[in-house]
Write a protein that binds this ligand. Structure first.
Ligand SMILES: Nc1ncnc2c1ncn2[C@@H]1O[C@H](COP(=O)(O)OP(=O)(O)O)[C@@H](O)[C@H]1O
Ligand SMILES: [Mg+2]
Length: 415
């Protein structure tokens, strides 16, 4: 069977050499009885590999059991995997066979193997080395013939150094490593995957396929895709369902690509680049966001305190006082509601998690000059980049259009 046949048979999309190498190793190792460890970020498509290995092995008519080690509570995992004797613990009214007994002659896929408790790791090592195991509450050694394929998105070397994963088990499992590449390492596959998913959802929901224009496709290809293929698939589904138009522009797509901190703020670097922002600029930007939020919070708290002192309803007092200041926040709130109602991904900015002890109600909001200069410079640059289009510039800066407007007036940046 060549690689293309395997891709067709298992529904794998993509032509990247890293992906093909992973498939190739899986086919080579399948007929042996060696343990295989599959590593790769979450959502890269690890789960198809143990299936390939099982199907192309002499065990293909034997059982195939997939176990998610992260989903089984620590208290029951030994009994799930190795079985237990009647009366071995409270509630063990019947003896039970474990997966290693049931899968005799077949393959067990141990997903999220890094989540396995250390005591269970010891049992697993034993069964891998000798084929022997003991049921919980028993003293009799049993034998089984199971091939183990394990997967993880955790760096096991790290887990070993933290004492969470046994080194000997790591070497035993890692006889043959398969590394599934992230989407960032196979950008050429992104449009292919999008078209495939768009076509799938189109037939599922009986509507024409969504299509991307050139700008949108660039955006898609250069996005960070922290959740890899899973995230791309979900995003494609959201767009297919929510958007009325089938021709998707960059602006529309952008709404579905969260720019949260953990996604490494990709759009700052990978948009339609004219003047690229440096890492330092990025830090400044995060600082601005935080400073703005602290300022807003201070004003709210200050308003609340004053309102209480004056014996008025603190909430209306605050709202009254800061009407001008906070008009944009109202806008943001309705935007949030809109997004929530429409199931759009909510853009989480790194600035929202401020510890409350940093708020002193009576402190003045001071603007250190150098930061102010930097802010002016960034606003100018964003305006230049988007040729004066304030909505785009505000988006890039992570502030509302209204706030940008205020800053432009304050710093005298009108053209
Ligand atoms: N190369 C691919 N072609 C088509 N679908 C894929 C591909 N890789 C992943 N998928 C899909 O992406 C989703 C996540 O894959 P999965 O194997 O569950 O990821 P994980 O690596 O987190 O176990 C699944 O719906 C899977 O079908
Ligand atoms: Mg998985």
């Amino acid at each position: 069977m060549n690689i293309q046949d395997i891709k067709n048979r298992f529904g794998i999309i993509g032509n990247s050499s890293l992906l093909e190498r992973a498939i190739d190793i899986a086919t080579q190792v399948a007929p042996t009885d060696l343990s295989v460890l599959i590593t790769g970020e979450s959502g890269t498509g690890k789960e198809v590999f143990p299936k390939i290995i099982h199907q192309l092995s002499a065990r293909k008519h034997g059982p195939y059991i997939a176990v998610n080690c992260g989903a089984i509570p620590e208290g029951t995992i030994d009994s799930e995997l190795f079985g237990h004797e009647k009366g071995s613990f409270t509630g063990a009214n019947e003896a039970r066979k474990g997966y290693f007994e049931v899968a005799d002659g077949g393959t067990i896929f141990m997903d999220e193997v890094a989540e396995m408790p250390l005591a269970t790791q010891a049992r697993l090592l034993r069964v891998l080395e000798t084929g022997e195991f003991i049921k919980v509450g028993s003293s009799k050694t049993l034998k089984t013939n199971v091939r183990v394929v394990a997967a993880t998105n955790v760096n096991l070397q790290d887990a070993i150094s933290k004492g969470k994963f046994r080194e000997d088990l790591y070497y035993r499992l890692n006889t043959v490593p398969i590394i599934v590449p992230s989407l960032r390492e196979r950008k050429d596959d992104i449009p292919l995957l999008f078209r495939k998913f768009a076509a799938d959802f189109a037939s599922k929901y009986r509507m024409p396929s969504v299509k991307l224009d050139t700008e949108a496709e660039n955006l898609l290809v250069n996005y960070y895709w922290q959740g890899n293929v899973r995230q791309l698939k979900n995003t494609t589904e959201q767009i297919s369902i929510i958007e009325k138009t089938r021709d998707i522009s960059g602006d529309v797509l952008q709404k579905y690509l969260p720019e949260n901190a953990s996604s490494k703020l990709p759009m700052l670097f990978k948009g339609e680049n004219t003047g690229e922002l440096s890492e330092r600029d990025l830090l400044y930007k995060v600082l601005f966001d935080m400073r703005k939020d602290v300022g807003d919070l201070k004003r709210i708290v200050f308003g609340l305190l004053q309102g209480t002192a004056e014996g008025t309803n603190p909430l209306t007092a605050t709202m009254g006082r800061s009407k001008g200041e906070f008009a944009h926040d109202k806008q943001d709130t309705s935007e949030m509601e809109k997004r929530e109602n429409s199931n759009l991904p909510l853009v989480i900015r790194p600035s929202t998690d401020l510890p409350s002890e940093h708020i002193h109600a009576h402190e003045e909001v001071q603007e250190p000059l150098s930061i102010e200069d930097k802010e002016i410079e960034m606003i100018k640059r964003a305006l230049e980049k988007y040729k004066g289009r304030r909505n785009r510039a505000a988006k890039e800066l992570g502030i509302s259009e209204r706030t940008l407007y205020r800053k432009i007036t304050r710093y005298g940046l009108e053209e």
